[in-house]
Design a protein around this ligand. Sequence first.
Ligand code: MG
Length: 266
Amino acid sequence: MRIARFTAGEDPQFGVITGELDDQGEMDPDATLVALAGDPLYVGIKLTDEEHRLADVRLLAPVLPRSKVVGIGRNYAAHAAELGHDLPAEPLMFLKPNTSVVGPGDPVFYPRQSQEVHYEGELAVVIGRICRDVPAEKVGDVVFGYTVANDVTARDLQRGDVQFTRAKGFDSFCPLGPWIETELDTGDLRVRTFLNGDPVQDGSTRDMIFDVPTLVAHISSVMTLLPGDVILTGTPEGVGPMGVGDEVDVVIERLGTLTNKVAARD
Ligand code: MG
């Protein structure tokens, strides 16, 4: 099931999308969206009789993390190598504030403090239940679904700071969307990023050093996860700079395409 958060001109609502993706990760232009009563993370899937054409609504970030976005660094060997790092012995965790989240089509604002802002296309996990100390074999019980993320990073600030907080924490540095897919096998999904239409990243989740169950088990052994918390699972090789005016598409097989443009911060 694909669940989107959207506005048809008034307050944000959730809805279930009816329509199929093509091989390029583009949704059927005739897809529709059936509105839900309330937030499905808290009240379950309650369909209403309100229906919209997907093309007529504006999609929003499909989840607003209640407490945190947990990032994982260097989870693909080739990406760790391109940044000159050894492979981590355990998942390398960092936090992005929930205020960094924006939706599909929203601008990513280029901060004044950086001259080197990078895209990082990633698979994102949306947590569905309050949980801690989740065994890897039970992780499926606490995952609500999956979406596409761009873990935007000010690489120059990341190199200079000990912590990743500033480099990854600016407002608009966590685009999520376009929707949440609740049924997805994450073992071998192609993850691609395009900069102004040119392919720049092309990896597969099968190359993750730590897979999704291992990550959720590890993170939940450290901190309680809440419904709506988001985990970014790391980026394949090919990260690079983007500038004001650039458009970035992150495409994940069977999930969809997340598109954002970089804008100057006024
Ligand atoms: Mg990342």
